[in-house]
Ligand binder design. Structure first.
Ligand SMILES: NC(=O)c1ccc[n+]([C@@H]2O[C@H](COP(=O)([O-])OP(=O)(O)OC[C@H]3O[C@@H](n4cnc5c(N)ncnc54)[C@H](OP(=O)(O)O)[C@@H]3O)[C@@H](O)[C@H]2O)c1
Length: 331
């Protein structure tokens, strides 16, 4: 896969990156260690060298698996991880009330953008990831209880210490990003973006293009549905969050599957799968620097990597977009 540069840095990344949320198990009905580590190793060996993880993905599990997989390969890998979500400390900013951790215990999750927390979390991530630097360190969600100046100051300190190479944010609005950027040069904003969730096109895309910020698109398969495999009979593992989300319920499920049926001839004409088409479509969109494709196993890794090889003409993009514009989802 041809590498691309994170704007304003010398960091070369794979534009289709390994999304390591599902291998944390939490929210995804569990994940198996050997299979997950093999998936990361397979990604690295086949050119998907950028990995996006977070401490909260399985309460350290995803970062821990990543740390094991990158052992001996660190110089070939770019690690994106995150900070600002705590399950071991209460703050005034509740993020998610009562969820089960990987041991089945009930925990609540809080946002914390305080300087003390950012510095502590970085040390914890470095240890779990088996490394002494993080390529891109991102605030997972904005913490409206802590001034941007304080959070950004922590990123500045970590950068000076060489513990992070660059800093970014995730799930920030344009205004929040512009405000925070006054205190620290933010490289990127990681946000949801897929064929069926395109609200960033209005504000964030023009802002990012004008200000040379990377958009790192997450959930490009809308968590799997855009692969076309989800039907009303699909069996999810216990603890998988997807059946409870709007996209996986009617009438949305049928509407999305109908749209997929209509664009499938384009995928077929390229000997591609719908998942590859969805990933490639996202990467073709203006302003999108990197697409995080969430994967659980080697098969998905090898399939998703190949999305980078597809070319879509302007006419094909127009046909796909015309189908997408007709979708009226209840979300
Ligand atoms: N910053 C944030 O707040 C945030 C939020 C969400 C995600 N993210 C990041 O973005 C990454 C990607 O997003 P995501 O994991 O939510 O969703 P996604 O990439 O849209 O979907 C990932 C899921 O789809 C299924 N899948 C993957 N490739 C497939 C293929 N070729 N064919 C069929 N099914 C396939 C897998 O689940 P099954 O095999 O179980 O179906 C996989 O876990 C995450 O891993 C994470 O790194 C960040």
């Amino acid at each position: 896969m041809t590498k691309t540069t994170l704007p304003g840095t010398g960091i070369r990344i794979s534009p289709i990156a390994f999304g390591a949320w599902a291998i944390g198990g939490w929210f995804w009905g569990g994940a198996e260690e050997k299979e997950s580590i093999r998936a990361i190793e397979c990604a690295i060996d086949n050119g998907m060298t950028t990995i996006d993880t977070a401490p909260v993905y399985g309460f350290g599990q995803s970062e821990g698996f990543t740390g094991k997989a990158v052992k001996g390969k660190r110089d070939r890998v770019q690690i994106f991880t995150k900070f600002g979500i705590r399950w071991d400390k209460m703050t005034p900013n509740l993020h998610f009330e009562k969820t089960k951790n990987n041991q089945g215990e009930e925990v609540s999750i809080y946002r914390d953008g305080s300087k003390e927390s950012v510095i502590k979390e970085c040390e914890d991530s470095l240890r779990r990831l088996n490394t002494d630097y993080i390529d891109l360190y991102q605030q997972h969600w904005p913490d409206t209880h802590i001034p941007f100046e304080e959070t950004m100051d922590a990123l500045q300190i970590l950068k000076k210490q060489g513990k992070i190479l660059a800093g970014g944010v995730s799930n920030y609005t344009v205004k929040q990003m512009a405000d925070a950027d006054k205190y620290f040069h933010l490289v990127s904003n990681q946000v949801p973006y897929s064929m069926v969730l395109r609200d960033i096109e209005e504000e964030l895309v023009p802002y990012s293009i004008a200000n040379s910020k990377a958009i790192i698109a997450y959930s490009p398969l809308q968590r799997g549905i855009l692969s076309g495999k989800i039907t009303s009979a699909y069996k999810f593992n216990d603890g998988d969050h997807r059946p409870e989300t709007a996209y996986y319920k009617e009438p949305n499920l049928s509407a999305i599957n109908q749209m997929l049926k209509e664009i499938k001839p384009i995928a077929d004409s390229k000997n591609s799968t719908l998942a590859q088409l969805a990933i490639r479509w996202a990467l073709y969109q203006p302003g999108i620097t990197c697409v995080l494709a969430g994967v659980r196993n080697e098969k998905q890794v090898l399939e998703n990597i190949k999305a980078g090889e597809i070319t879509l003409s302007c006419d094909e993009m127009k046909i796909i977009n015309s189908k997408l514009n007709l979708l009226a989802l209840e979300v």
